[in-house]
Design a binder for this molecule. Structure first.
Ligand code: PEP
Ligand code: MG
Length: 902
């Protein structure tokens, strides 16, 4: 008990005390710094303040008891280790204060560097740096700038303007031309700006600087951009951030210093090799901000072979240790390499599959682990089309393929304009010199992002990859002029609103709209690429992992298809049956006229004649589908929507009738139609005469459909095929409804099927909450259940499915009432509970009852895991999502904790 209490109140961990599995507590950065420290890699010493301390601070508005003393103790031990004291005038220790949440949120939260500098220690720093005054004063002005902006909310532009003024006075555009005196002057100017905005002098006391910086990092968890990013990435809002306090090392001490980012494999394609960027004589922030153009990491071999070889050795060790692609930030201070960060690196969808396959080949992971490391969202991305490039399309520029995909759209230059045009339904490409966290909303709204500066690790690149959004960065042939809303490339001016196309795989930029072609992964699924004989590492990896997913999954995957063509495509994609064949569309087009006759029929004979005319047409529809799905089950749902949906809209009819009457024309038919529409008008049609209710009210309608299904099945079977129809009754809420339909249907089936050997099942949708709650009774009359989670969500929440997403979901998402639309991903606690109850009670009443789902959730990765957990037999989704559902069903089978799509 006593030991537990000590652990609970421990808010600060030395790097040597942590490890990579403590991400919840130490954040990703802190946990991995600890891991590297324990591996013996050269990490600058430091300590991590836990996410618990942050959460306590954010809840109470003050640091938790004991935190200050623990920081003091760890600071003292850091000082002992470094042989320097924080802010010491002669030989100061400086520290960086960095955020680090459980999930990486690049650039979203705050960092303050050079904490510990003041008017006196700046002199000591210069001495430490061998009398390098310029460096010392530059470090000091960076501290005031960062501290002012982050900790005290001084507007960043004011510092920028002062810097610009200093450069102008010097007659230069380059920071590096400012000498020590200029920078000393700039420090004075910065201090004045600081005092003007905060009403106090820049704090000289190092420990106060440290405490305020820590507090600012805690608070940055709730900064608007961090909140927006979390929502986009579905990161829970209550995790809090850890804070890492690390001894500063400097990459800007001269030509023998520098900083860089490295990947152990290409995060774009997954190819093996050494990837990264290096920037000599710079601090890490300069690389990430993409402010100066970097050189490829390989060039470090010429610049500093010793550090390069050492880095390669550490990269190999890290990859071996983490058994995955790692990304690394490092700094070289006067020829000494320091590892500042590592983590299992973000990667594109293609790279995720390719790397998982490679690691299996290398014996580092097994196929289960490979399956675990990819996900349905990535697979869906790989199924996007790519550009079809004929000679007429020549690129006008080439940047870095920072995040793959093909995107065309109208050029916009600001985040606000991107949001505005996207809301009008336009595709836009956000073009910037470089992006920063304030552009986040625009990046979310845009189809693609194009920047003229920055490498693979710039803000634009990192964030776009995380979002799965196409991005070309560092296209430096583009002369971007944001205020003038234009860019110039290859002598041509591109204005806001002009269309460009960007290829995030090759980095090429085209003027105009380039047509697109399907992905190789789709071609593979369609069967036109033989995975065993193709020299495409991505297709090979996809094939291998999909094969494993299929072997592992318990859930079957069916498709929602209403035509033979859709059924055929879904079957090629691996569908194992049709889970929902909606019959509504079969009443449209030139069959509308027959539906009108049905609705207007005033006698039994007229109605029967209309139904008799529909029967052969319906039969042909089903024959087509049964043939395509030969041997596989086909669930046909009897007609669901209210019949008036098949008639012209009320207003239009009323106008037509009035105009025709005015002209003295014969409008008897239109008048009858109008009267029918008026008669059938409902205030809440979704809760009105539809589904089974329609079948019970319009005599012969369901009977005609049942007959068409049974006759089609018999015909297909008699001609050598195998049809396995399952008739599904929609919108059942009470067993009596189902029993009535079933009694009539069984008679017809017995009559039609005779001794043909065809077996027809009769079951129901569970899409009305009452059906879920009385599933035990309903199961007595149903041979299968299929969950209609669209209606179940609509009626479970009381959300009109056609209105609410556009109307107010944004507010619900903003308030965190749910993290994702419940129409997109199943609401496990509410609607999911109804599914669980119905599954359990249904099976208790009828053991072995076949259970499936055919609402949109059937193809949603996270929902597939839920349906696996509740024990359904199959999920059914649109043809294009069938591979995604197969993959996720496989993943669900090898995990018990649900999916983690990050
Ligand atoms: C459902 O409600 O989930 C369903 C599949 O039916 P529909 O979407 O056609 O209402
Ligand atoms: Mg429905």
């Amino acid at each position: 008990m006593a030991a537990q209490e000590t652990v609970e109140h421990k808010y600060v961990y030395d790097f040597a005390e942590g490890n990579k599995d403590l991400k919840d507590l130490l954040g990703g950065k802190g946990a991995n710094l600890a891991e590297m420290t324990n591996l013996g890699l050269p990490v600058p010493p430091g300590f991590t303040i836990t996410t618990e301390a942050c959460k306590a601070y954010l809840t109470t508005g003050r640091e938790p008891d004991g935190l200050a003393a623990q920081i003091e103790a760890h600071l003292e031990s850091l000082e002992r280790e470094m042989g320097r004291k924080l802010g010491d005038p002669q030989d100061p220790l400086l520290v960086s204060v960095r955020s680090g949440a459980k999930f990486s949120m690049p650039g979203m939260m705050e960092t303050v560097l050079n904490v510990g500098l003041n008017d006196r220690s700046v002199v000591g720093l210069s001495a430490q740096a061998g009398g390098n005054d310029r460096f010392a004063w530059d470090s000091y002005r960076r501290l005031i700038q960062m501290f002012g902006k982050t900790v005290c909310e001084v507007p960043g532009e004011e510092f920028e303007h002062a810097l610009d003024d200093a450069k102008r006075a010097k007659g230069t555009q380059n920071d590096l031309d400012l000498d020590a005196d200029d920078l000393r002057g700039l420090v004075d100017a910065y201090k004045k700006i600081f005092a003007k905005h905060t009403g106090r002098e820049f704090p000289q006391e190092p420990r106060e600087q440290l405490d305020l910086a820590i507090r600012a990092v805690f608070e940055s968890w709730n900064a608007e951009r961090a909140v927006v990013y979390r929502r986009q990435e579905r990161i829970p809002a209550d995790l809090g951030t850890a804070v890492n306090v690390v001894a500063m090392v400097f990459g800007n001490l001269g030509a023998d210093s520098g900083t860089g980012v490295a990947f152990t494999r290409d995060p774009g394609s997954g190819a093996q090799g050494i990837y990264g960027d290096y920037l000599a004589n710079a601090q890490g922030e300069d690389v990430v901000a993409g402010i100066r153009n970097t050189v490829p990491l390989q060039e470090l071999e010429q610049i500093d072979k010793k550090s390069y070889d050492e880095l390669l050795d550490y990269m190999a060790r890290l990859e071996e240790h983490y058994k995955d692609l790692c990304d690394i930030e490092f700094t070289i201070e006067r020829g000494k390499l320091w590892m500042l960060q590592t983590r299992v690196g973000k990667r594109t969808a293609a790279a995720a599959f390719v790397i998982a396959g490679q690691l299996v080949d290398e014996g580092l992971i097994d196929l289960d682990e490979a399956l675990h490391r990819v996900n349905g969202a990535q697979l869906a991305q790989l199924m996007f089309p790519r550009f079809r490039l004929d000679h007429e399309f020549q690129p006008v520029a080439k940047g870095i393929g920072a995040s793959p995909g093909a995107a065309s759209g109208k050029v916009v230059f600001t985040s606000a304009r991107a949001v505005e045009l996207a809301a009008e339904g336009e595709s836009v490409i956000l073009v910037r010199r470089e992006t920063n966290p304030d552009d986040l909303n625009g990046m979310i709204a845009a189809k693609g992002i194009l920047t003229s500066r920055g490498g693979k690790t710039s803000h634009a690149a990192v964030v776009a990859r995380g979002m799965g959004k196409t991005c070309v960065s560092g296209a430096d042939e583009l002369d971007v002029n944001v205020p003038a809303k234009k860019f110039i490339v290859a002598g041509q001016t591109v204005n806001e609103g002009d269309v460009v196309s960007i290829d995030g795989t090759t980095g090429k930029v085209y003027l105009g709209e380039v047509p697109v072609m399907p992905s190789e992964v789709v071609q593979y699924f369609e069967g036109s690429l033989d995975p065993e004989h193709i020299d495409n590492p991505l297709v090979r990896a996809v094939h291998r992992i999909m094969t494993h997913a299929d072997a592992k999954r318990r859930l079957l995957v069916r498709t929602n298809a209403d035509t033979g063509a859709d059924a055929a495509r879904a079957r090629r994609f691996g569908a194992e049956g049709i889970g929902l064949c909606r019959t509504e569309h079969m009443f449209l087009g030139d069959r509308r006229e027959l539906v009108e006759r049905l609705i207007l029929a005033s006698t039994d004979e007229e109605r029967e004649a209309a139904l008799a005319a529909l029967l052969p047409l319906q039969r042909e529809d089903f024959i087509d589908i049964f043939r395509e799905m030969d041997g596989l089950p086909v669930t046909v749902r009897l007609i669901d929507p209210p019949l008036h949906e098949f008639l012209p809209p009320l207003e239009q009819l009323a106008v037509n009738v009035a105009v025709a009457q005015e002209r003295g024309e014969d409008v008897a038919k239109e008048e009858a139609l109008l009267a029918a529409v008026r008669r059938m008008h409902e205030e809440n049609p979704m809760l009105g005469l539809r589904g089974v209710r329609l079948g019970l009210v319009i005599p012969g309608l369901f009977a005609m459909q049942v007959r068409a299904i049974a006759e089609a099945a018999v015909e297909v079977t008699r001609s050598g095929g195998s049809a396995c129809p399952e008739i599904m009754v929609p919108l059942v809420g009470a067993v009596q409804e189902l029993e009535t339909v079933r009694a009539e249907a069984e008679k017809i089936i017995a009559e039609v099927v005779g001794d043909s050997g065809v077996e027809v099942l009769i079951g129901t949708m569970i899409e009305v909450p009452r059906a879920a709650l009385t599933a035990g009774q309903i199961a007595e009359a149903a041979q299968f259940f299929s969950f209609g989670t669209n209606d179940l969500t609509q009626m479970g929440w009381g959300f009109s499915r056609d209105d609410v997403e556009g109307a107010f979901f944004w507010r619900y998402l903003e308030l965190g009432i749910f993290g994702i639309s419940p129409f997109e991903s199943i609401d496990r606690e509410g609607v999911g509970r109804l599914v669980r109850i119905a599954a359990e009670e249904g099976r208790a009443a009828r053991p072995g009852l076949k259970l499936g789902v055919c609402g949109e959730h059937g193809g949603d990765p996270d929902s597939v895991h839920f349906f696996h957990e509740v024990g359904l037999d199959y999920v059914s989704c649109s043809p294009f999502r069938v591979p995604v559902a197969r993959l996720e069903a496989g993943r669900a089978a090898i995990t018990t904790t649900g999916s983690d799509s990050r």
